[in-house]
Design a protein around this ligand. Sequence first.
Ligand SMILES: Nc1nc2c(c(=O)[nH]1)N[C@H]1C(S)=C(S)[C@@H](COP(=O)(O)O)O[C@H]1N2
Ligand SMILES: [Mo]
Length: 355
Amino acid sequence: MTDMIERKSDPYNAEPTPGALIERFLTPQALFYVRSHGAVPDLPADHRIEVSGTGMASRSFSVEELKRTFATRTVTAVLQCAGNRRTDLQQVAKTSGDPWDVGAIGNAEWTGVRLADVLDAVGAPDASDLFVAFTGADEVDVEGEEALFGVSIAMSKARQPDVLLVWAMNGEPLTPEHGAPLRMVVPGYAGVRSAKWLTRIEVRDMPSDAPIQAHDYKLFPADVTSDTVDWSRGLTINAMPLNAAICVPGSGESLPAGEVRIEGYAIAYDRRVSRVEVSVNGGREWQQATFADDPETHWGWRRWTLDATLAKGRQHLVVRAFDGAGQGQPERPDTMWNFAGYLCTAWHHVHVLVE
Ligand SMILES: Nc1nc2c(c(=O)[nH]1)N[C@H]1C(S)=C(S)[C@@H](COP(=O)(O)O)O[C@H]1N2
Ligand SMILES: [Mo]
């Protein structure tokens, strides 16, 4: 697909071109970034999901049984990889991880059943010190450690009504690369917690000890490197921070002089985006952008536009967003550099040539 930029061929990892990403409020599956740590498993239509845990009987459900047993719920939510915009951190200094630009994010309408309903049906205890772990059918390699994909979230998040076991995206069945036949969607959290190819849900008194949970997707200060890292001391990346990016025009593009429409996205999750500002002179002066979307839930993104007049020459565009508490984004990526290249939320810059 020409609108997708491959970041790794085996396993296939790709993001859409920024221009294609920003065309629609709901990102079509074919344009939705793919982040897979291993090969896409081939699961049968009657695949069963096992639910078990401390102090409860174990039970299994096919996707058909889930549909029949529980109320269907649809939620519009952004899914964003913690490595989105890693290229901006890699300009500060080398990091590990694939070089995602601004497209390791998408906004979709997810349909499934509430994890809370499934937990209630199997008699899972609702204690705040418990965790819910998810296992995928894919074998992954984390720094030489081979294991099934596994992650976990706290019971308090697991019981939020928008946390779903999902079989459809934008009203279509999930495609294999996005997790068919069933995946988790944990709105507001880093994409990694939304396990694809779900095979097992387990209530535990500890977080998952799978390598993806224990030895990956953690945030460290700048003085920690891959050689010195003690994974037990990192911040587990769950709730995602405020972010914004310019998608049109694209970085390095040549444009005719005159009026140009600048477009992009902003996302603040729980706090909702309150304002987006764009500069066409490298951050000296700012203009307020107009929102193109006003989603019903705060999990959805807000695309924005700004019509500006650009003079001939090299021009430097910048965006920054503010959340519902009036809090903005940090200015520079060097203040947030970390060796694995996670959570780049600095003001986003795009350089263009106006002719
Ligand atoms: N089983 C499994 N689930 C997974 C992954 C994976 O490699 N295997 N990748 C995670 C990561 S890091 C992200 S960002 C999202 C990406 O979902 P997508 O490929 O549908 O965009 O899925 C998550 N769930
Ligand atoms: Mo991710």
